[in-house]
Design a protein. Structure first.
Length: 194
């Protein structure tokens, strides 16, 4: 796999994973790496990152709308109230990943998030690195884990969250703009429309 920026059919240089298929290109250009705040919005991302564990992100993107419908728009207050009948409903929903452990973890995580003083957004963003850093030149320069993602995962686990290891935490940090891992030559620049 090419690890440097790749020019797509529209003439724009992108991170190589964000060129094809179109669903990746749209996610890369419009969402990935852009600062995201809000408890329910970040709960969606925590949940989807957990479901992605062991799978392709493309699988998650293709099922995202079904996940949103199945998990009540990722409203923390609603998911925190899910019971056994909801678990069975979710296990029967072919539109999502039907993994009992991940479903139970998602409900648990909503319950934990609903009890947080200050909210989920404040907690997660407290681990965002401070100060600027150079954008990576190639994918192989991007870490899978950082001290910040390790600290985030440790604190989330301490509070009772599940499926939130350091690698998942770093993927969350990348996806929600806590770090900018768009390649140096990529046309996307945080804070500007692509």
């Amino acid at each position: 796999m090419n690890t440097a920026a790749v020019t797509g059919p529209d003439g724009k240089a992108r991170c190589p994973w964000g060129v094809e298929p179109e669903i990746y290109r749209e996610y890369h250009d419009r969402e990935w790496g852009r600062p995201l705040r809000g408890d329910d919005a970040l709960f969606e991302r925590v949940t989807l990152e957990a479901f992605q564990s062991g799978l392709s992100w493309l699988t998650i993107l293709r099922k995202r709308e079904a996940f949103r419908e199945a998990f009540s728009g990722f409203a923390i207050a609603k998911v925190a109230e899910f019971g056994e009948s909801d678990v069975e409903r979710l296990l029967g929903d072919a539109g999502i990943i039907r993994n009992r452990a991940k479903i139970l973890a998602s409900i648990n995580n909503a319950q934990v998030a609903s009890a947080l003083d200050g909210g989920l957004s404040e907690l997660l963003w407290s681990f965002a690195p401070t100060g600027g850093r150079a954008r990576p030149r190639a994918l192989d320069a991007i870490p899978a884990v950082t001290p910040e993602s390790t600290a985030m995962a440790k604190e989330l686990k301490r509070r009772g969250f599940r499926f939130v290891g350091p690698t998942t935490a770093y993927a969350l940090m990348q996806a929600t703009g806590m770090v900018d891992d768009h390649l140096e030559a990529c046309h996307v620049s945080l804070g500007r429309d692509a």
